[in-house]
Design a protein around this ligand. Structure first.
Ligand code: SF4
Length: 188
């Protein structure tokens, strides 16, 4: 069955990736999941940078995520900022030192080296196939896509650098549409 072969490849790649991630994060005194949290928070938009959205994205328990956030805050990689309009909402922001760390660690040097061995065309083909597989996986489980804003059905391009979110009824800046969002829904 084709799905068994695909599963085996993904499993093997994931194992190698986990081992590489452990090696890389150990250099910075972090656990892989802590790096994953910082990575998510560095690429998500203002509607998705909360502990609740992070918990949904990681598929972990609230308690585990809360412990991880505490560690990252104590290490100076994360700060909590109250929402300007609604004080009940707390945004999680990565600090400059976290961004420097992410720049060195993601993608890992080993992963970069592997991709460089492949042509641009092959890299694009793999990216496209993996995106399709991820969408199929999320779709068959009715899970949130956490996709990039510009590919969302609610995103309307108003011209130039102006965009508008039809769901949240808010204007979006050009830089925001490159970020991932917990409310994202694919164009069908
Ligand atoms: S357009 Fe979609 S992805 Fe972008 S902010 Fe709105 S709901 Fe989120």
């Amino acid at each position: 069955m084709a799905s068994t072969k695909i599963y085996d490849f993904i499993e093997r790649i994931a194992e190698l990736q986990r081992a590489d991630s452990r090696r890389c994060t150990a250099e910075f005194g972090l656990q892989p999941v802590q790096l994953e949290v910082l990575h998510y928070l560095s690429i998500c938009n203002q509607f998705s940078d909360t502990a609740k959205a992070l918990t949904e994205y990681l598929g972990q328990t609230k308690g585990t995520v809360s412990q991880t956030l505490k560690v990252l805050e104590n290490k100076g990689y994360l700060r909590k900022v109250a929402d300007i309009k609604d004080g009940r909402i707390t945004h999680l922001q990565v600090t400059d030192s976290a961004r420097q760390l992410l720049h060195q660690a993601i993608p890992s040097p080993l992963f970069n080296a592997a991709c460089e061995r492949l042509s641009d065309k092959k890299n694009a083909q793999i990216e496209s196939s993996l995106r399709e597989l991820l969408q199929a996986l999320l779709g068959s489980n009715n899970m949130q896509t956490f996709g990039v804003c510009h590919s969302c059905r609610y995103n309307t391009h108003k011209g130039g650098s102006e965009y508008y979110c039809e769901l949240l009824k808010l204007p979006l800046h050009e830089t925001e549409v490159q970020l991932i969002c917990k409310e994202h829904q694919l164009n069908r």
